[in-house]
Ligand binder design. Structure first.
Ligand SMILES: Cc1cc2nc3c(=O)[nH]c(=O)nc-3n(C[C@H](O)[C@H](O)[C@H](O)COP(=O)(O)OP(=O)(O)OC[C@H]3O[C@@H](n4cnc5c(N)ncnc54)[C@H](O)[C@@H]3O)c2cc1C
Length: 489
């Protein structure tokens, strides 16, 4: 109870802090003034913006966290410019906030302590494609859809798919995953090397310059230190990524179940049977109803699985037959098939639009997605308990989940101007996170810590690990200039 109040208070305080900074920024203005001319020399008049609309656009993501605009937005064109800009910020002690496409859902780009937003959208080149080695190097403004469009005629693709058309380096920064992770892994498994500009402008390559070996035992894994660092350790200016061959055939299916337990139990059994399912997504009755309305579909309003299988000939048949046996033994309906690319795309677009479908349930409200992840065997229990909690507390929170990884979201639809409802939601999300921690899970499977989960991170990893994280942060960013206030309190 107390913790919920505290979170509400700290949320309000952070909003007030932003307002104070806005109205009382004389000394900061003086510092910025002297930095601005240097910024303009580095990336030109067009590469620096003080416009209110541009700053506001860069001071928020898709989360409920209120907009905290940076003091200035810069648009570098190359790593040398990023490095020179960082040096100026470092010399003037100005915070730096990296910005990809702003699709994050944890307030990661909010400039809660002011500073300079580095928008990386002008660095949007696919640099080195090694088809024969299944890897590619991209600049930070390349989005996952742009990369897959670029790869279209090569027979290759990049499968990590957070739904939104996020930048690939933003995805590395949040350790994103999504619907394909059950088969192809998350960003952690798919980043081979990163070029990073540190706070003082130093440029490093986490696996060594030009290295792109598919595996390595060479020293500490700095690549994975930066994956998930949410802009708090450096600015990612290049990512070398693993690619995969486009599967010979793909088939998607929808299956309805009489209960949540039946759907989730089927998921666990499918994975235990070793079926290499490519996607297995759970939608509860409220979520499928919202998707039906939003995307003009007509699936039964009961707990549902969306599945996808990748493979060729006999292997695809075997996967489908084993899965159908399991779902039927748990009372699942016959599969509704989607085989043509167009029908499959429509199905997955509906799943990816779940966030907007949830928001459409209550026009004018905002969505906040919880993101817990637990070991597979605990999944049925946690989803059932969570659903009961939602009903008891009269909260709108359709559930959609990457259940193949034990990861699911309650898409909480709340009125951001109703403090009582916000309070009820915070209490609920705290309870849910604690439930996941008590079941050996994590408070965030893929969205990151950002502003809202810093206290939960401490509970999850314990004070010793937090101290080590603080030590790493102090080594790489001694003046706490890189995206301050995110991840660590
Ligand atoms: C409808 C919808 C569905 C989503 N579904 C999923 C999902 O299924 N799975 C999932 O994982 N996420 C999901 N997300 C969240 C979001 O897409 C991811 O967090 C994404 O990885 C953010 O990328 P971005 O480029 O938009 O980053 P931003 O929002 O711009 O930034 C996110 C964080 O990364 C930092 N950052 C960005 N770029 C860099 C860089 N080059 N160097 C260093 N730090 C950087 C920022 O400072 C910030 O802290 C969803 C979002 C939406 C709106």
């Amino acid at each position: 109870m107390l913790l919920g109040f505290r979170r509400l208070l700290s949320y309000r305080n952070s909003v007030l802090l932003c307002r104070n900074i806005k109205s009382d920024n004389t000394s900061r203005c003086a510092v910025l003034d002297s930095a601005l001319s240097a910024f303009r020399l580095i990336c030109g008049e067009d590469g620096v913006s003080l416009g209110e609309a541009v700053r506001e656009q860069h001071g928020k993501d898709e989360s409920v966290h209120r907009c905290c605009p940076p003091d200035v937005v810069v648009f570098p064109h190359c790593v040398e410019e990023v490095s020179a800009l960082a040096k100026v910020c470092h010399n003037h002690n100005i915070p730096i906030i990296p910005f990809g496409t702003g699709t994050g859902v944890e307030g990661g780009v909010n400039a809660s302590k002011g500073g300079v937003c580095f928008s990386l959208r002008n660095m949007d080149q696919v640099l080195h494609l090694h088809q024969e080695d299944f890897d590619v190097t991209v600049e930070p403004g390349v989005t996952r859809k742009a990369l897959n469009a670029y790869l279209r005629d090569t027979g290759l693709w990049f499968p990590v798919d957070p739904g939104a058309d996020a930048s690939l380096c933003g995805m590395a920064a949040t350790s994103a995953s999504g619907t394909n992770a059950v088969r192809y892994g998350t960003m952690r498994e798919n980043v081979l090397n990163l070029e990073v500009v540190l706070v003082d402008g130093t440029i490093i390559h986490t696996a060594g310059k030009g290295r792109r070996a598919r595996k390595t035992s060479a020293g500490y894994n700095l690549t994975n230190l930066f994956v998930g660092s949410e802009g708090t350790l450096g600015i990612i200016t290049k990512a070398t990524l693993r690619l995969y061959g486009i599967p010979e055939s793909m088939v998607s299916a929808v299956c309805s179940f009489p209960s949540i337990q039946a759907a989730v139990k089927s998921t666990v059994q499918i994975l235990q049977a070793g079926v290499p399912v490519a996607r297995i997504e759970f939608l509860d009755d409220v979520m499928i109803d919202a998707c039906n309305r939003f995307s003009c579909l007509s699936y039964p309003v009961t707990p549902t699985l969306f599945l996808e299988f990748h493979g060729s000939g006999q292997s695809l048949k075997d996967q489908v037959n084993t899965t159908a046996d399991i779902t039927q033994s748990n009372g699942g309906s016959d599969f509704q098939w989607a085989q043509e690319a167009e029908t499959r795309n429509r199905l997955w677009k509906a799943r990816h639009d779940a966030w907007y479908a949830a928001q459409a349930l209550r026009p004018g409200c905002k969505a906040y997605a919880t993101d817990v992840c637990v070991p597979l065997s605990r999944l049925p229990q946690i989803i059932v308990e969570t659903k009961e909690d939602l009903i008891e507390n009269k909260l709108t929170g359709p559930i959609a989940g990457h259940v193949g990884d034990g990861n699911f979201h309650c898409l909480m639809v709340v009125d951001p101007n109703n403090p009582e409802e916000l309070h009820r939601m915070y209490l609920f999300t705290d309870r849910l996170a604690r439930r996941a921690l008590a079941m050996d899970g994590t408070c965030t499977g893929e969205h990151g810590v950002g502003l809202g989960k810093r206290a939960l991170l401490c509970e999850e990893v314990g004070p010793m690990v937090i101290q080590i994280m603080q030590g790493l942060k102090a080594t790489l960013d001694p003046n706490n200039l890189m995206n301050p206030g995110k991840i660590l309190q």
